[in-house]
Ligand binder design. Structure first.
Ligand code: ZN
Length: 430
């Protein structure tokens, strides 16, 4: 056992891998990555050194300890870096488990991130190994924020590899919004996913906006009355903040040209998870800045921001793509921690990072945590990237019993030994 600050650290995994060896971004096998790897190797190596230097220079504290085990009463939020899309795993206070997305998508380097820890396993295998190392024997709830491969591409394989009891998505069982012939309903990963739900080893359930009793603690809920998951939105239907009431943001589709219909990103579902004073928001890829000439209702963020309000931690909408994270969103949520699930060189966009860091939009300190910065981000954004609190690694927010405080642990993503390479905080929940 190792003591660091007020945290008790025990070995999370008895792996014997290297302690704090920072190797950036390149897979070790797989044809798909080879060409890009050869071309970009020298530049990647130089960039690795630069980012490693930033990590060392800005660290609150450095450690090579394995991450400590979850303990009852604690809430652990893991943003897992596979380099291939979004995946977040939550160990709730009574041991109930929640998986938000399991992506397998994105561009190969140098435009996108390489698979993490490497390409020797699929993203689904890495995700399941991570879950098991974190102590999960099953997934009580999984949810898909929306049906894009960087959010769902690995989910069918995850469902076959570890028991998933309940799967929440935006359209079960009919899958008819915005229409039955919606392009995303024809993709191979979606077809495989739907077939698995038909086999009923996993119970499908439609995520219902407004409800706060759909994702609940399954083991000893009475012990943690201050824990709550509020369903905020899905398919443009948004909780009003009162009871379970909702309002619709999108017009009836018969009244608008098909070219203006909501995109898959706009239909994303979102939750606000609260534990005492601690609040966390995660909501897929909703946009906040309509494409040129598109109707104003394509801004989903602004009305959603009003009902979400201030949170301690927020996953960046659409990975921080240029159409997301508008000024209303930033000034309403005011998070202490921004979490960016990165798979591309425009995650985050330059102007999105500018808004996140703006003290005109909200005052006070904040930490931006990215899973996987790459050389292309560095070239475009430049020195502003030095202001990231973390640029590489799995991001774990550990919330203390009752939610009064929280701390960030950055875990090495180059191997499945999950060593802590940096800690940030603790912070007091507001
Ligand atoms: Zn996405």
């Amino acid at each position: 056992m190792i003591t660091a600050g007020s945290s008790r650290l025990e070995a999370w995994d008895s792996g014997t891998g290297p302690s704090l060896v920072f190797i950036h971004g390149v897979g070790t096998s797989g044809e798909m990555w080879r060409a890009a790897r050869e071309k970009g190797r020298m530049r990647q190596a130089l960039f690795s050194i630069a980012i490693a230097t930033v990590l060392v220079a800005t660290a609150n504290s450095q450690s090579s300890a394995a991450f400590s085990k979850w303990s009852p009463g604690t809430l652990d939020i893991h943003q897992i870096n596979t380099g291939r899309g979004n995946a977040a795993f939550l160990m709730l206070p009574d041991g109930t488990t929640l998986l938000i997305d399991a992506g397998d998508g994105g561009n190969p380097p140098p435009r996108g991130t390489a698979p993490k820890p490497d390409a020797s396993r699929t993203p689904a295998e890495w995700i399941v190994r991570y879950l098991r190392a974190a102590g999960a024997t099953q997934v009580d709830y999984a949810m898909l924020t929306h049906f894009h491969n960087d959010h769902m591409g690995a989910m069918p394989e995850v469902m076959k590899s570890i028991p998933v009891r309940t799967m929440l998505d935006r359209a079960w069982p009919d899958y008819d919004y915005p229409s039955r012939d919606h392009a995303e309903f024809k993709r191979s990963d979606f077809v495989a996913y739907r077939e698995l739900l038909r086999q009923k080893q996993t119970n499908g359930e439609r995520f219902v906006p407004g409800r706060a009793d759909q994702i609940v603690l399954r083991h000893v809920p009475a012990k943690y009355p201050e824990f709550r998951v509020q369903n905020v939105l899905a398919n443009g239907e948004v909780w009003t903040g009162t009871g379970a009431a909702t309002q619709r943001l999108f017009p009836d589709l018969e009244t608008v040209p098909q070219a203006d219909w909501p995109t898959e990103n706009m239909t994303s579902l979102g939750i606000r998870l609260s534990y005492g004073k601690f609040d966390y928001y995660s909501g897929g890829d909703i946009p906040g800045r309509p494409r040129p000439g598109y109707p104003q209702w394509h801004d989903v963020e602004t009305p959603v921001a009003k009902v979400v309000g201030q949170v301690e931690a927020a996953v960046l909408n659409h990975h921080g793509n240029r159409d997301s994270t508008n000024a209303s969103w930033v000034s309403a949520l005011r998070p202490r921690l921004w979490i960016i699930p990165v798979w591309s060189s425009d995650h985050p966009a330059h102007d999105v990072l500018d808004r996140m860091l703006s003290e005109r939009l909200y005052p006070g300190p904040r930490d931006v945590l990215a899973t996987n910065m790459i050389e292309a981000n560095r070239i475009v954004i430049g020195p502003m990237l030095d202001r990231l609190a973390s640029a590489q690694g799995h991001i774990v927010i550990r919330v203390s019993a009752g939610g009064a405080s929280y701390q960030v642990f950055i875990l090495d993503d180059t191997a499945d030994t999950y060593r802590v390479i940096k800690t940030i905080g603790p912070f007091v929940s507001e």
